[in-house]
Design a protein around this ligand. Structure first.
Ligand SMILES: *[C@@H]1O[C@H](CO)[C@@H](O)[C@H](O)[C@H]1NC(C)=O
Ligand SMILES: [Zn+2]
Length: 289
């Protein structure tokens, strides 16, 4: 990352401030370092202080700022490759079978907590299967088919084409109800330490090339968990050390070693709406550099 020459540009550069913070974390003899410089840098870019941000939204904002401010194009491309999920959106006419496709990129998969019949999904694997489940568009939702030259019933869905080295999954635990506050869904949703996409998705739900598919084995690396209510609460991060394999809980300035059973407590609990629930899950590709 290139260091900006002008002082004010250094203050405004998110990648540079992030780098300084990580260096401080690595070198400092203090128990915790405070991210004032990074925070004041973010306020230059219209992020507000003393507001509870949604972790998924903040992740996206931060990522976009870092990517847009990295001046080295190759480095920006590497960052994109590291995190970007590629999918193919499709629409199939049910009358003539004509298919339209569009490739798109995502930084995280926003996973539903309920299926299309409003039934609770039981596991992370179920939410992934549901996400890639096509939907029938009929009646008012019919689409214009190029070939039939009229509106026809169609099947709309997404196929997974490429998974990144670092895969971010986002549980849609917060939702807006009409004329009401944002609600938080606290019920239990277990997630595994290892995830094999070949076992989860069907042939129709993914189109990877052969080389890509062999690498669809993932291991949990981080969990961002939220406790409290939708409008008010606290985030903690659980991170597994890549060198020793142990889990740590990062709770503001306190960092302590925890067990997998402690991480499992973030599955959630339907009896307590204040309870800690996993919100972002970060998986890392197994056996890769
Ligand atoms: C984080 O720290 C706060 C304040 O000390 C404490 O109340 C809370 O239980 C901690 N959360 C976790 C998950 O350890
Ligand atoms: Zn058609």
């Amino acid at each position: 990352i290139r260091v900006p020459t002008v002082h004010i540009e250094q203050k405004k550069s998110v990648p540079y401030q992030m780098l300084l913070l990580l260096e401080q974390m690595q070198r400092s003899k203090r128990r915790a370092v405070y991210p004032q410089e990074l925070v004041s840098c973010l306020t230059w870019h219209n992020l507000k202080l003393f507001v509870q941000y949604d972790a998924a939204q903040l992740f996206l904002s931060l990522w976009n700022l870092i990517k847009s401010q990295i001046t080295d194009g190759q480095l920006a491309d590497r960052l994109t490759t590291l995190y970007t999920i590629r999918v193919q959106e499709y629409l199939v006419c049910q009358k003539c079978s004509f298919e339209t496709r569009r490739d798109s990129n995502m930084l995280s998969l926003p996973l539903p907590m309920f299926n299309s019949c409003s039934q609770r999904l039981k596991t992370l694997e179920d939410t992934l299967r549901c996400f890639f489940q096509p939907e029938q568009l009929t009646d008012n939702n019919m689409c214009l088919c190029e070939q039939c030259e009229r509106k026809t019933p169609c099947l709309q869905g997404m196929r997974l084409t490429c998974l990144p080295h670092t895969l971010t999954l986002h549980l849609k635990r917060f939702y807006y109800k009409k004329s009401s506050w944002t609600q938080k869904i606290s019920y239990s949703l277990p997630f595994p330490q290892s995830l094999d996409f070949n076992q989860i998705l069907t042939q129709e739900q993914c189109h990877p090339d052969a080389k890509e598919k062999a690498d669809w084995q993932y291991e949990l690396f981080g969990v961002v968990a939220h406790s409290g209510l939708a409008s008010f609460g606290h985030y903690c991060a659980y991170i597994r050390s890549l060198t020793e394999g142990k889990w740590y809980c990062f709770n503001d300035s306190s960092v302590c070693q925890v067990l997998w059973d402690d991480v499992k407590c973030t599955y959630g609990n339907s009896h307590t709406h204040w309870g800690e629930t996993a919100y972002l899950l970060v998986y890392m590709r197994k056996n890769s550099q």
